[in-house]
Ligand binder design. Structure first.
Ligand code: APR
Length: 252
């Protein structure tokens, strides 16, 4: 492909924030090595033991707000692309951190929710929340206890803003997945939708994700190195040039 694709959709996962100091889920020593999904990341877990679930997210919220956690070069490069591209750049993230926004991305679709928000289970209203959420907290809208939960999409729940996501994918020219293992649906199927619309599809990851065979192209390496390099090459309109680390896959 030559020239800059008009409509770009970027899907990010935990790998883009790994070098900012946020643990991924399925890499060795990742979050799911130390916690069971069914204990902390399902509606049933929250019903059974809300304190444990709140604590799981309280620890992660505090960590996200610590001064050591900052956006990295990959987040900044995506923000630059969003700001400089005359077409559309839709950023969809599975991440619940706010590092894209802190790097300057103007619009980010958080399909799995946001750590720095609390939601009332009665009204569905969301509130910016920078401290622990406790079961004893009084909800700002219904003025009772035990009604605030993390604004996170748990396993078994429907991801957020799916209409907006599919609208963006409907007209996508280039779909890029960055730092995601391609093992959680529906996000892992977006590449299939993009292929069905004849878009170019690119995986940028440390190592091939589970759905790697679905991508037309791949760049493997650290997000902080490969993403700025890819953005630079796009903004120079030189995407057809050969770059070290960029492998064109053969497929039938
Ligand atoms: N640069 C690029 N990629 C990296 C880096 C890095 N520095 N470090 C790790 N990766 C890659 C890994 O190779 C892996 O493919 O990031 C990916 C992280 O995969 P997961 O831990 O499975 O994270 P993700 O795909 O975002 O998980 C999806 O699963 O449990 C849920 O809700 C959670 O949103 C999350 C979803």
């Amino acid at each position: 492909m030559t020239g800059l694709p008009k409509n770009i959709v970027i899907l990010t996962g935990a790998g883009i924030s790994a070098e900012s100091g946020i643990d991924t889920f399925r890499d060795e020593g990742g979050i799911w090595d130390n916690h069971r999904i069914e204990d902390v990341c399902t509606p049933e877990a929250f019903k059974r033991n809300p304190e444990l679930v709140q604590e799981f997210y309280n620890v992660r919220r505090a960590a996200l707000l610590s001064p050591e956690i900052k956006p990295n070069a990959a987040h900044y490069a995506i923000a630059e692309l969003q700001n400089e591209h005359s077409g559309t750049v839709t950023v969809i993230t599975q991440n619940i951190d706010n590092l894209h926004e802190r790097a300057g991305s103007t619009k980010v679709i958080h399909m799995h929710g946001e750590l720095l928000k609390a939601r009332c289970i009665k009204t569905g209203r969301c509130y910016d929340w920078n401290t622990n959420i406790e079961q004893s907290d009084i909800c700002p809208c219904c003025h009772t206890k035990n009604t605030l939960r993390p604004h996170i999409v748990w396993f078994g729940e429907v991801p957020l803003m799916m209409d907006e996501i599919y609208k963006a994918i409907e007209k996508v020219d280039l779909f890029v997945a960055i730092g995601t293992s391609g093992s959680v649906y529906p996000a892992a199927s977006f590449v299939t939708e993009a292929n069905a619309r004849d878009a170019d599809t690119l995986e940028i990851n440390l190592k091939p994700g589970q759905n790697q065979s679905l991508f037309k192209r791949a760049i493997y390496g650290l997000a902080t190195e490969k993403v700025p390099f890819w953005v630079e090459s796009l903004l120079k309109n030189n995407v057809s040039r050969r770059y070290p680390g960029l492998t064109k896959k053969k497929f039938d």
